[in-house]
Design a protein around this ligand. Structure first.
Ligand code: CDP
Length: 223
C-alpha cells in the first residue's frame, strides 16, 4: 500500500512547523521536521569546536553521526547518537550552523536517505526547504509557505521569548536574512518553489486562517 506524503517548504519563520504539527494531528499523519536533522549535525560539530563552514572537517565527522527521530507526547524527539537533543538544537548559533552544514551535499544525502525512508513507511507531513523539489518530488501535495522577513523575524522572536531564550529582534532578523541567502544560493537542493507547489503568503494571516487554507488545498487534492 502506498503512503500519502505532504511536503511543506519555505524560509525560516514562515510558520511551517507550527502548521504542519496541527495538520498532522488533524489528519493522523506523522509530522517530520527535517530542519531538526540538519540542526543535530551542526550541534555535533559545534560541541567539538568544529567550524560549520569547514567542508572537509564536516565531511570527515559524518560517519560518527547517527541521527534518528522518535515520538513522545510532546511530538518529535531528535536523537543524536542516541541522545535526546531536541532542546539544544534551537539556539541561534545552531540555526546558522545548520544552514552552513546544509550546503554540503554529503550531509544532505545522508539525511535525505532517512527522510525518504520515513515517507515510504508512513503517511507524513514533512517540512523543510527541498522537500517538494528534491526529497519527495512525487509528494501528493506541495505547499510553499512564505511571509515578509520582518514578520518572520517577529514571529521567531516571540517564539524564542516564550521559550525563555534571551534574544533581540534585530539579531534574529539578521540571522534569518543570512539563512535566506545561504539556503537559496547553495548549489545542491536550494530553497526554491516547486513548479507544482501551492504558494501561501502568511504575512497578513492569523494562524487559523493559514491552517484553513492548507486544509482546503489538501482536501481538494486528495479528493
Ligand atoms: O525552523 P526554521 O525554519 O528556523 O529552520 P529549520 O527548518 O529548523 O532549518 C534549519 C536549517 O536547516 C535551514 O536554515 C536550512 O539551511 C536547513 N534545512 C535544509 O537545508 N533543508 C531542509 N529540508 C530543512 C532544513
Amino acid at each position: 500500500m502506498s503512503t500519502t506524503n505532504i511536503a511543506i517548504d519555505g524560509p525560516a519563520g514562515a510558520g511551517k512547523s507550527t502548521m504542519a504539527k496541527i495538520i498532522a494531528d488533524k489528519l493522523g499523519y506523522i509530522y517530520i521536521d527535517t530542519g531538526a536533522m540538519y540542526r543535530a549535525v551542526a550541534l555535533y560539530a559545534i560541541q567539538r569546536n568544529i567550524d560549520t563552514n569547514d567542508v572537509e572537517k564536516i565531511r570527515s565527522i559524518l560517519d560518527h553521526i547517527d541521527i534518528d527521530i522518535k515520538y513522545d507526547e510532546d511530538g518529535q524527539v531528535i536523537l543524536l547518537n542516541g541522545q535526546d537533543v531536541t532542546k539544544e538544537i534551537r539556539t541561534p548559533e545552531v540555526s546558522v550552523g545548520a544552514s552552513n552544514v546544509a550546503a554540503i551535499p554529503e550531509v544532505r544525502l545522508k539525511l535525505v536517505e532517512l527522510q525518504r525512508k520515513l515517507a515510504t513507511e508512513n503517511n507524513v507531513i514533512m517540512d523543510g526547504r527541498d522537500i517538494g523539489t528534491y526529497v519527495l518530488p512525487n509528494a501528493n501535495i506541495k505547499i510553499f509557505l512564505t511571509a515578509s522577513v520582518e514578520e518572520r523575524a517577529r514571529r521567531r522572536y516571540e517564539e524564542m521569548i516564550a521559550k525563555q531564550y534571551s534574544c533581540n529582534y534585530e539579531d534574529i532578523k539578521k540571522e534569518i536574512e543570512y539563512r535566506d541567502r545561504n539556503d537559496s544560493s547553495r548549489a545542491f537542493a536550494p530553497l526554491t518553489i516547486a513548479d507544482d507547489a501551492v504558494v501561501i503568503d502568511t504575512s497578513n494571516n492569523k494562524l487559523e486562517q493559514s491552517v484553513e487554507m492548507i486544509l482546503q488545498v489538501i482536501k481538494e487534492r486528495l479528493s
